[in-house]
Design a protein around this ligand. Structure first.
Ligand SMILES: [Mg+2]
Length: 394
């Protein structure tokens, strides 16, 4: 049997835990981060105490306030979360060169090549978890598995704060109800329920072909050699406005700012994007997206903007309503590129130079004229503007 060597780590109720560390009186109380109770937008993180009332991330703030009226609401300290997150990942990289960041508070670490640092991989995993917890002062859940899927499931089972190891992932998944098995989407779930299938085991026995298909992606080779290349990763940022916005200039400003943050992140992670997507949600909650291929894989803000701006225009034409949310996403990310786009180097050099200045003097030290209008709406801090709901996830 293979030795589990993929470690998945997840900081427990990350944003809420940071707020509790800043304000110890909040400890143990239902705490919701993402905005104030009467504000628009969604819950970013709910503390475990708040989760007991049925509050979860992604829920509208007002719904959360109804479910848990005694909860304490905080807007969030996003720049601080980012700094802690960076320390978390830096700590993991001391144990293995193969660290994959999934979101601000989640990572996969391949311990395959580092196993001689401790008597067993399990002990090494325990050390990584303990070191990371000491480094950031927050509790972390961890799971050890043979695949990323196995490690993630083990981590889910270990919450809060534990370390679990899965030896036989298929057996473990056979016991789970279908809704807990990653890879079974809502549609498949619905169909299978109609067929009377509730758990993995029933699926495995009654419909072996579908069982294999569900896991094909996760079980198909590559794990022996460590983590596979991040497949079709994407980075996205979106924001809900304090009030619905109709002014096109102001909407373009928001888009420019989100793209600028994405470009900075691409550059920092040394990634090139092949495609850009823009998302718009109107005041009636109807939501549309438009995507376009970039002329070549790039991290340049200027090229992202050139491709994204017409997308926003065409989205605005869909409805004669103001917008409540705008978002941007870069996709088809790759770590390198084959062709060197000779004529575009100037734009990339400019993006990189601007990023260098911002790195040294703070994100707000050089500001994009296109997003200046936003300064009327949001406070400007050293590390950027504080948007209503800053999306920090992947
Ligand atoms: Mg977490």
């Amino acid at each position: 049997m293979k030795t589990p060597s993929v470690l998945h780590l997840d900081i427990d109720a990350f944003f809420a835990a940071v707020e509790e560390a800043l304000e110890p009186a909040l400890r143990g109380k239902p705490l919701i981060v993402g905005g104030l109770a009467h504000e628009r937008g969604v819950v970013c993180t709910a503390s475990y105490a708040a989760r007991r009332f049925g509050v979860h991330s992604g829920m509208a703030l007002r719904t959360a306030a109804r479910k848990c009226p005694q909860a304490v609401f905080r807007r969030g300290s996003y720049h601080l979360y980012r700094r802690i997150s960076n320390r978390f990942f830096a700590c993991l990289r001391r144990f293995s060169p193969r660290v994959e960041e999934v979101s601000v508070d989640e990572a996969y670490v391949d311990l395959g090549g580092s196993r001689y640092l401790a008597p067993s991989v399990y002990e090494l995993a325990a050390r990584v978890k303990a070191e990371a917890e000491r480094e950031i002062g927050l509790r972390i859940s961890a799971g050890l598995g043979c695949t990323r899927l196995g490690a993630k499931l083990a981590c889910e089972a270990a919450k809060p704060g534990g370390l679990f190891r899965l030896h036989d992932e298929e057996e473990f998944m056979a016991q789970l109800t279908l809704d807990r098995i990653p890879g079974v989407g809502p549609q498949t779930h619905f169909v299978l329920q109609g067929l009377g299938v509730r758990r993995g085991r029933e699926l495995k026995i009654k419909y072996p072909a579908m069982w294999r298909k569900v896991f094909a992606g996760q079980y198909a080779g590559g794990m022996e050699r460590g983590l596979p290349e991040p497949a079709s990763r994407s980075l996205s940022r979106e924001t809900t406005f304090p009030h619905d916005i109709r002014d096109e200039g102001l909407l373009r400003s928001h888009l420019a700012y989100l793209l600028e943050r994405l470009a900075a992140q691409l550059l920092r992670d040394r990634l090139f994007a092949g495609r850009v997507e823009v998302k718009a949600r109107f005041s009636d909650f109807s939501t549309f997206t438009r995507r376009a291929a970039l002329p070549f894989p790039t991290f340049s803000y200027f090229h992202l903007w050139q491709a994204a701006q017409p997308l926003l225009c065409s989205l605005l034409a869909k409805r004669d309503l103001p917008l409540r949310l705008v978002g941007a996403k870069v996709e088809d990310l790759q770590a390198g590129r084959d062709i060197l786009p000779f004529f575009s180097l100037r734009d990339e050099k400019m993006t990189a130079a601007i990023a260098g200045v911002k790195e040294r003097f703070g994100f707000s030290s050089l500001r994009n004229a296109r997003s200046m209008l936003l300064e009327e709406l949001y406070p400007v801090e050293r590390e950027g503007m504080v948007l209503k709901t800053a999306s920090l996830t992947k």
